[in-house]
Design a protein around this ligand. Structure first.
Ligand SMILES: [Zn+2]
Length: 284
């Protein structure tokens, strides 16, 4: 089994990170810890370097961590006392050199999570335009880094599928950049899914499939393009032993997908594990 989108690099795991990773490895669950800014990317790399196999890292600047975007519409206050978490620290620009150096580590298997997020958007038209163009600019810089290092992308996209599809199509056609990657936490329509699949991308599914109706999209997505993820500590599947999700939550996702596709748990686990090894070029 392979959790292709985990955040054991987040503060929620500061106290028992290694214990959780060991439990996962014992159950043959591999993982990629995904960065959302420089701090969390660096930590993801450090964690991966502590294990000989089964734990990998992805580095990138998440669109909601781009700074001048949120002067007006900041993230909602978290209920816990640790409001300012390291993984939420904002960056004004994408520091190409600094990220490149980090991404050259051999445990880094992708650039991400990067993309577009229009969920908390400014209200005025002018600000909205600036907001979108800054996200696109930083996204394109990171695509360039992925191209330079020949790494696949982990895309984050929220309420922005049309813009992302447009941008990727332009890249593919005009610049002949053959981008590889996965659209993580896919929640779009089948039409949007088809656009991504046509461009050769994978779709990642997590616990959100228990909240939103993605049954048709999952049934229609070819098994060879499907990836399993948790996005832990978030999106805990119903019935999971803890309130905080961790990579062991993949079992619930696999179970539901197996049912939808009329295949066994083992088939889904094996095939999606192979898909992850293939996309992220992991030799074992
Ligand atoms: Zn994530």
């Amino acid at each position: 089994m392979f959790d292709t989108h985990a955040h054991l690099n987040f503060k929620a795991f500061d106290k028992d990170r290694d214990q959780i990773i060991k439990k996962c490895l014992q159950e043959n669950i591999w993982m990629i810890n995904v960065g959302t800014n420089f701090f969390s990317s660096k930590l993801a790399v450090e964690i991966a370097n502590n294990y000989s196999k089964g734990v990998y890292a992805s580095v990138g600047l998440h669109p909601i961590n781009i700074s001048n975007l949120k002067s007006q519409n900041s993230k909602p206050q978290l209920k816990t006392q640790n409001f300012k978490k390291d993984e939420d620290v904002l960056e004004e620009n994408f520091d190409y050199k600094k990220y490149k150096k980090l991404a050259e580590n051999k445990k880094v298997v992708a650039i991400g999570e990067i993309g577009l997020d229009y969920y908390r958007r400014p209200k005025t038209k002018k600000k909205l335009e600036e907001f979108k163009s800054k996200q696109k600019e930083i996204f394109l810089q990171q695509l360039k880094l992925a191209e330079e290092l020949d790494l696949p992308i982990i895309f984050h996209c929220r309420m922005a599928h049309q813009d992302l599809i447009e941008l990727l199509k332009q890249k593919n056609i005009n610049e002949k950049q053959k981008i590889k990657g996965v659209v993580h936490c896919f929640t779009g329509s089948w039409e949007q899914a088809e656009e991504y699949l046509k461009m050769g991308f994978y779709l990642g599914f997590n616990g959100i499939i228990f909240k939103l109706d993605l049954d048709e999209v999952i049934k229609k997505t070819p098994l060879e393009r499907l990836l399993i993820e948790t996005d832990c500590p978030y999106l805990t599947p119903p019935g999971f032993e803890n309130e905080r999700n961790d990579p062991r939550g993949v079992k619930f996702i696999i179970k539901k997908i197996a049912k939808l596709k009329g295949l066994s748990f083992e088939e889904i686990a094996q095939e999606t594990h192979k898909n992850a090894l293939c996309l992220f070029k992991i030799n074992y």
